[in-house]
Design a protein around this ligand. Structure first.
Ligand code: AP5
Length: 208
């Protein structure tokens, strides 16, 4: 199964991706996580990505497309994968269409005020796990691997509004793109995490 997760920043793509990847045994490919990993390792790609991410802008298409197409060649992708955060522009989607036919594009929807609240309280672990301060009860380490949690640099309020604007201008058009391709399914991301996941499961079980 080849799945694309669409949705604005804070909609819950990463949160749901962890669950989907585990249950359906799919490789979870998050372009944001790959860029952040490169940033931690201080690679040239990481330095380049940071200059865009900190401004709430997208990393250039040519860099991102080459990175993802290369990642999809790895063995763990041969039985299916879940793309979280790619494609994110029409140019990325078109380049990807030339190489692959996906089974479903899952669009997780949520209103702006909820997105801003979620992002402001988000805490991350370098292993990819995502939390929200409302559920942490003061805990500062990851339940999965025990590492210290941190707040993303691009989760500052002014950057969040920029990211939402960039999403509307550059990524939202992909909803039409995948609707026209006949593979779009939308889920209501404003519900509890478990409810959102139930909706997603219904969609995925229908195509598995
Ligand atoms: P990326 O890391 O992909 O960030 P994003 O798309 O902005 O999405 P987020 O990670 O902010 O949100 P999410 O939907 O995953 O929500 P989450 O599950 O964490 O990209 C970062 C940057 O990298 C981009 O701005 C860009 O610069 C660059 N980049 C990445 N991909 C690129 C590409 N293809 N092309 C170019 N540049 C690219 O949830 C958010 C919070 O809400 C968490 O605290 C979570 O615990 C909580 N939460 C989640 N679901 C629920 C729920 N149902 N109820 C209550 N709380 C919830």
């Amino acid at each position: 199964m080849k799945v694309v997760l669409l949705g604005p920043p804070g909609a819950g793509k990463g949160t749901q991706a962890m669950r989907i990847a585990k249950e359906y045994q799919l490789a979870h490919i998050s372009t944001g996580d790959i860029f952040r990993q490169n940033l931690r390792e201080n690679t040239e790609l990481g330095k380049l990505a940071k200059s865009y991410m900190d401004q709430g802008q997208l990393v250039p298409d040519d860099v991102t497309i080459a990175m993802v197409l290369d990642r999809l060649q790895k063995d763990d992708c041969q039985n299916g994968y879940l793309l979280d955060g790619f494609p994110r522009t029409v140019a990325q989607a078109k380049a990807f269409d030339e190489t692959t036919k996906i089974d479903v594009a899952l669009d997780i929807e949520a209103p702006d005020e909820l997105l801003v609240r979620r992002i402001a309280g988000r805490r991350m672990c370098s292993c990819g796990a995502t939390y929200h301060v409302d559920w942490l009860n003061g805990k500062t380490t990851c339940d999965v691997c025990g590492k210290e949690l941190y707040q993303r640099d691009d989760d500052r309020e002014e950057t969040v509004y920029k990211r939402l604007m960039v999403y509307k201008e550059q990524t939202a058009p992909l909803i039409d793109h995948y609707a026209q391709a006949g593979v779009l399914k939308s889920v209501d991301g404003a519900q509890d995490v478990e409810k959102v996941y139930e909706e997603i499961k219904k969609v995925l079980d229908g195509i598995a």
